[in-house]
Design a protein around this ligand. Structure first.
Ligand code: PLP
Length: 412
């Protein structure tokens, strides 16, 4: 019995139930992953006991010598991984990494030009329900209604008309390659700065499987827990001349003490990402996404933009006459976790939606390859196309559990 099970059986029981959910099911949420045991160990370490406000060498608390070492390692490894001049690893989340850039780069009340939430953008890019929509003016671009991919000419036109102070690119639900250089050029033309939020594709960018934004646009932000496969958190990269402003915006601008256990775990994640095996892993994420996409399409389902270049795909359920919510619920019963998602030209609310977002980072971490993607694609299609058939859904659950049992989450 674990120590926690003795001291707090209620929480220990919840954690065990969640462990079994992860072990027995298939996690296809595009923004999730399975971290290594080493990352877990660093996260659960005594580094959480310490206050370390400030930065290495300039702390507001004594006793930070080992925290300085951990944070320096995290920063140096992140810089090496992306070829960045400056790195800040203290942002508690992706949203806060973005907040730091807005605080450092533009004034309150100035204008953000970014991608619409219902076409793939993120809440922290200007949604009225986020601080961004409350603190700043916002203008938004979408994808081309026919091709469902970005049209850089249209973005350039909007930039000329709207005269934003910052242009944000990067997305939460965009299955295609993003041209960061084009975005920086558009920003330069109107005297704006450019922020690339690579949260979703960071692992692909780090391994050269997606063109980089680092050194190409003014500011790059990321989460560390998606394709990068680290602890939940954020990070910011920029050229050296912008570094002081970013560091001040994070602390004392918007955060207090950094989460030092998370920073230690970020350092572990970055070191893992520098290994050749991480590139192989990211290649497999992409291969798996392609095969899963092809399988879904071969089963008569429509994917937004006709496929994927990265780790995720967006399923349009309009022809099936079901909502994203219904599909998410049915697949959940079958042991397959996905999330409902708006699609371009969406007619339904974000709580209902006409689409599903599906991604391969987590199942790839478990060692699944193309053969498994063909099976999973077939099961997803069969549940969606016969959504009221509870016998089929329960049969699929049996197959999901049998497959999951062959791919251990963490070897004992
Ligand atoms: N940016 C993008 C593109 C994201 O997809 C997400 C999260 O899904 C975030 C930022 C926000 O990250 P967090 O949930 O850590 O605030």
């Amino acid at each position: 019995m674990s120590y926690l099970a003795k001291t707090d059986p209620a929480i220990a029981d919840i954690i065990e139930k969640e462990r079994l959910r992860q072990v027995n099911g298939l996690e296809l949420i595009a923004s999730e992953n399975v971290v290594s045991r080493a990352v877990l160990e660093a996260m659960g370490s005594i580094m959480t006991n310490k206050y370390a406000e400030g930065y290495p060498g300039k702390r507001y608390y004594g006793g930070c010598e080992f925290h300085d070492m951990a944070e320096n390692l995290a920063r140096d490894r992140l810089k090496k991984l992306f070829g960045a001049e400056h790195a800040n690893v203290q942002a508690h989340s992706g949203t806060q990494a973005n907040m730091a850039v807005y605080f450092a780069a533009i004034k309150l009340g100035e204008k953000i030009l970014s991608m619409k939430l219902n076409q793939g953008g993120h809440l922290s890019h200007g949604s009225p329900v986020s601080f961004t929509g409350k603190f700043y003016q916002v203008a938004q671009y979408g994808v081309d209604p026919k091709t469902e991919v970005l049209d850089y000419g249209v973005v350039a036109e909007m930039a000329k008309k709207e005269r934003p102070q910052i242009i944000v690119c990067g997305a939460s639900a965009y299955p295609r390659t993003i041209d960061f250089k084009a975005f920086q050029e558009i920003a330069d033309d109107v005297g704006a700065v450019c922020l690339a939020d690579i949260a979703h594709i960071a692992g692909l960018v780090a391994t050269g499987l997606h063109p980089t934004s680092v050194g190409v646009v003014n500011y790059t932000t990321t989460t560390t827990h998606k394709t990068l496969r680290g602890p939940r958190g954020g990070a910011i990269m920029c050229n050296a001349d912008l570094g002081v402003g970013i560091d001040k915006a994070v602390f004392p601008g918007m955060q207090g003490g950094p989460l030092m256990h998370t920073i230690a775990a970020k350092a572990v994640c970055f070191e893992e990402a520098l290994k050749p095996s991480f590139r192989e892993y990211n290649k497999q994420i992409i291969r798996n996404a392609k095969v899963l996409a092809e399988t879904l399409m071969a089963n008569g389902l429509r994917l937004v933009s006709g496929g994927t270049d990265n780790h995720l795909m967006l399923l349009d359920l309009t022809e099936q006459g079901i909502t994203g919510l219904e599909a998410e619920t049915a697949l959940g019963k079958a042991g397959i976790t996905v999330n409902k998602n708006t699609i371009p030209n969406e007619t339904k609310s974000p709580f209902v939606t006409s689409g599903l977002r599906i991604g391969t980072p987590a199942v790839t971490s478990r060692g699944m390859k193309e053969a498994e993607m063909r099976l999973i694609g077939g099961w997803i299609a069969s549940v969606i196309k016969d959504i009221k058939n509870e016998k089929n859904t329960s049969d699929v659950r049996g197959k999901v559990e049998a497959l999951a049992s062959k791919f251990t989450l963490y070897p004992e």
